[in-house]
Design a protein around this ligand. Structure first.
Ligand SMILES: Nc1nc2c(ncn2[C@@H]2O[C@H](COP(=O)(O)OP(=O)(O)O)[C@@H](O)[C@H]2O)c(=O)[nH]1
Ligand SMILES: [Mg+2]
Length: 381
């Protein structure tokens, strides 16, 4: 029997309550827990709905505020870790499901497919979805690239959506995650990276289930909204450098289905609006950081100060840049944070213009092949 958890922060309560009802009506689900970032409006609305839901479905429904467990920015990591603690200390269920609170395409099928994977004996089941060719730019250029460079022999680079918040964990996995000091510490957006890394590090078997309807959810306005997420996801990878993990763990991926025209045609971000972000607001301190980057990248970024440039940031340039970033990036330095964002933006624009522009099939094939090339380069290097 299973617990379903929705971490939330300022979400539309109607959508969240709808998702809670979907979960409660699933026969495998024994209880639903919502973990809020704070007692916001959404929290109040869900708290008010709980007693009625409990009566209607005859199952416990709770909403709690996340505990302060970690050491970084108090964010989604504290929310998810609070849920792990609750699961271990307050319940004896065998499985824990996480789903984002803002999903509008959520259905019982998501729960059933995860349960089926666990029924087959997998320790972890992760959901994956069709994504637009210009979505998931942090996943491709930060997380999967970093996994390929640092742990090329492991299954990490091959996990489709390593930052996905939709997953099922069996009880031994939850226990192991919460025992790790680094996991408890990661209170920010880096939590997904830490969970993914830790489950592979401890050799848990992994199944990725494909959800063809896709994850329709609240979207970011500007690319700058992604800055915090980008910086925290990169810092999470950097903090794991030097850790050893097993090669070739058990990892199976359900074959994907055809991708809808809507996803194939979707533009993931505002290209024109992001161009000024390459040129605006350079400080002396930020410029001086360019020194540790490869010469071509340094020259390209220097040119950006007067005009947006990104032609130089191809696959090889990004590989070399990423290695320099692993050595030199400082999480607590705002100049480094801004520079990391610009470098990643240059890579994202370069890919958009040179690969995504050629069509959906080409772009997705390119991204997967790119990971493969990075894995081979890392093994040779
Ligand atoms: N408990 C908790 N949940 C959070 C926090 N920040 C984000 N969330 C939730 O985490 C999920 C993913 O966040 P979202 O903003 O949708 O990220 P995206 O889907 O990657 O764009 C959503 O359900 C959010 O409401 C936080 O600080 N605490
Ligand atoms: Mg979302």
């Amino acid at each position: 029997m299973s617990l379903v958890v929705f971490p939330f922060k300022n979400e539309d309560p109607e959508i969240l309550v709808g998702n809670v009802k979907t979960a409660l009506s699933h026969p495998r689900v024994e209880e639903v827990l919502c973990v809020g970032a704070s007692e916001d409006q959404c929290f109040a609305a869900v708290a008010e709905a709980c007693p009625t839901l409990e009566r209607q479905y005859g199952k416990p429904v709770k909403v709690i505020v996340q505990e302060r467990i970690g050491a970084l920015r108090p964010g989604k990591g504290d929310g998810m870790n609070t849920a792990l603690k609750y699961f271990l200390e307050e319940t004896s269920y065998e499985r824990l499901h996480f789903y984002d609170a803002d999903i509008v395409s959520f259905s019982q099928e998501w729960i059933s497919k995860a349960e089926e994977g666990a029924d087959q004996g997998f320790d972890v089941v992760r959901h994956y979805f069709p994504r637009a060719s210009t979505d998931a730019m942090i996943t491709w250029f930060v997380t999967r690239t970093g996994f390929a460079l640092l742990w090329p022999k492991s299954s990490l680079p091959w996990i489709e959506q390593p930052l996905g918040g939709e997953l099922l964990l069996t009880r031994p996995v939850v226990k192991r995650l919460l025992e790790e000091e680094k996991v408890r510490r990661q209170s920010d957006w880096g939590i997904d990276t830490l969970y993914t890394f830790t489950m592979v590090k401890h050799g848990f078997s992994l199944y990725e289930t494909y959800i063809g309807v896709g994850k329709l959810h609240k979207l970011y306005g500007a690319l700058t909204d992604l800055r915090t997420m980008l910086v925290e996801c990169f810092a999470a990878i950097q903090s794991l450098r030097g850790e050893e993990i097993p090669s070739f763990g058990i990892h199976r991926v359900e074959y994907p289905g055809p991708v809808s025209q809507e996803v194939r045609e979707k533009v993931g971000y505002n290209v024109e609006g992001s161009l000024p972000l390459l040129t605006e607001g350079w400080s002396r301190e930020e410029e001086s950081l360019l020194e540790v980057l490869p010469p071509d990248v340094r020259a390209g970024m220097q040119a950006c100060r007067s005009f947006p440039r990104f032609g130089f940031m191809d696959e090889e340039a990004w590989y070399a840049t990423y290695q320099a970033l692993l050595d030199h990036f400082q999480f607590d330095n705002p100049h480094w944070q801004r520079l990391l964002f610009r470098l990643w933006l240059a890579r994202t624009l370069n890919y958009t213009v040179n690969q995504a522009l050629r069509g959906y099939g080409h772009a997705l094939h390119y991204l997967h092949q790119m990971v493969g090339r990075y894995v081979r380069s890392a093994l040779q290097g």
